[in-house]
Ligand binder design. Sequence first.
Ligand SMILES: Nc1ncnc2c1ncn2[C@@H]1O[C@H](COP(=O)(O)OP(=O)(O)OP(=O)(O)O)[C@@H](O)[C@H]1O
Length: 277
Amino acid sequence: MSERTPFTGGEQSLRGSDLRLGYHGVTVVHDAAITLRAGAVTALVGPNGSGKSTLLRSLARLHPIAAGTVHLAGGATAAGLPAKEFARRVTLLAQSRPVPSGVTVHDVVGYGRHPYRGRWRGEDPQGPAAISRAMTVTGVAAMADRPVDELSGGELQRVWLATCLAQDTPVLLLDEPTTFLDLRYQVEILDLIRDLADDHDVAVGVVLHDLNHAAAVADEVVLLHDGRVRATGTPGQVFTEQALTETYGIRIEVSADPVNGLVTTRPVGRHLTRIPV
Ligand SMILES: Nc1ncnc2c1ncn2[C@@H]1O[C@H](COP(=O)(O)OP(=O)(O)OP(=O)(O)O)[C@@H](O)[C@H]1O
């Protein structure tokens, strides 16, 4: 089975160690470790409720850390940085966000520039180019003047992604970015994620449910199960039939994709076995 050449040589852009996370005193993530490197895509995978979103949100300072630390490049702790500086280094595309009414796509994408703005308007010389670039690569430029509350779920998802890209951070965290997207945009977003890592040295941490998407786009995967990191490594190392079958509780077959040789997974259901892949 061939694999994309794993890229693990980049600078550590973000490292979470010994993370314990919970809600109302109940721990849901135990002793988690994760490293995001410049120029690499790290996919977080695992069943519903395994702790992926909680872990990702903690890296973005959006979930309190009960124990452990998050360090950024250069050794600073995430917790020690002023809010605006942290926002220039790390951004998160959350699973859902409140949709403002009557605000245009262009203005919402412009929110991504907030960390670069001073007290007075006009102090963000790179802003207009960053906004325009983010809208172009996510395919939302043509809807710049439309109110965001009139968009479809997929269009809105791309606008939120554009807002994150406009923020122009070296660390990009994405929680299920392909949700709501049709096939074309699923593929385009995965391609874009790869481009951001390859061409712009961004460290990407992305929650994905589709294991084949993870195998196609990620250098490393972190497999979570019941709030614990069960395995970390390349898709080929982590996606074994035994690990996946035990983690997801259904039989999952693993093979090499006949076209590109990448590891590919196939969940086996009572009827799904009949679907040719
Ligand atoms: N606001 C909350 N209050 C209490 N418990 C929560 C809250 N949000 C999540 N949890 C619990 O924390 C655990 C981890 O949830 P989390 O959303 O991180 O999992 P996930 O792997 O992202 O799941 P999914 O794939 O369904 O999005 C689950 O048991 C969940 O029920």
